[in-house]
Design a protein around this ligand. Sequence first.
Ligand code: XIL
Length: 343
Amino acid sequence: PTLKETVGKYFYIGAAVNTSCVWERNTVEANIVKDNFNSIVAENCMKGEIIHPEENRYDWRDADQTMTFAEKHGLTVFGHCLVWHSQPPRWMFTDDKGKPVTREVLIDRMYHHITTVVSHYRGRIKGWDVVNEAFNEDGTLRHTPYYNIIGPDYIELAFRFAHAADPNAELYYNDYNMSTPAKREGVCKLVRALKAKGIRIDAVGMQSHNGYNYPDLKQYEASIDSIAACGVKVQMTELDLNMLPNPKSFGGAEISQRYQYNKEYNPYVKGLDKKAQKVFDSRYLTLFDIYRRHAAQIERVTLWGVTDATSWLNDWPIPGRTNYPLLFDRAGKAKKVVKEIVK
Ligand code: XIL
């Protein structure tokens, strides 16, 4: 049995797909998606920087093909994402002289972006990640350009605009490290506040960029329960398992250059050793066990990528590594643990 035939009975099971997959240039990945999953998310092509490169120009090519691929193969599409400080429309926050725009202008731009994108796919997308990664680890709102220019109400405005553009689409808030208690509390407060104002929100996405030693699974389960207690569904929106140790501090050219091919940060160049493979298997099994036990609260589980060959974790947070985060290996073969998951 496949993932969609088994765990797919409890919740949507899917993967983030890149453009090679949806244009079926990468036939290995396209076939994996058709055979094993019942839903997809665009890994990049529905993000602002790609779909809306200039104020008066949208580029629908890859996003439309994502829909074509999905509809041809009966896959449900989840939209990612409308408002995010990373990969935003590049022109969004400044005027033609390079000066930051006013609150009124940014609200207007955000309105047009959300309205145009959501209307373009009205009735064809199950739901949208409306706002992505708006919180700090301590549960306060991040000082992104949206926050700095508009103020904290940019979030509810985004949800209102999205709802008006497609009243039947579900609307989600999505973030990482959702097991951190303070962050989870901040997000739950937001959900309750939106609901109190009568603003539609259907689910919270716990990205679930997990590692071999994080998150604390007790906290992970606590987050599922807390989010569900706010009256929304939970979605595992970007599941993967980083099998390499993370550098002490993330990002920065200095770190990437210094450690790019450093064994210390890439110990499994020729594949995971036995011990690491065991950790990988048992962690995935435990995660899917948690998902099944919480099936009533969980709407979907989406893996962030199809095979290890194309996972973003080969390049993040350090470029040029060989990582093993997904359920299908570099050759496109289902890993052994999949047999256990579908039992
Ligand atoms: C990542 C993509 O996988 C990469 O290809 C891209 O270069 C950067 O973005 N959180 C998110 C996703 O919400 O959109 C990110 O996707 C991973 C982290």
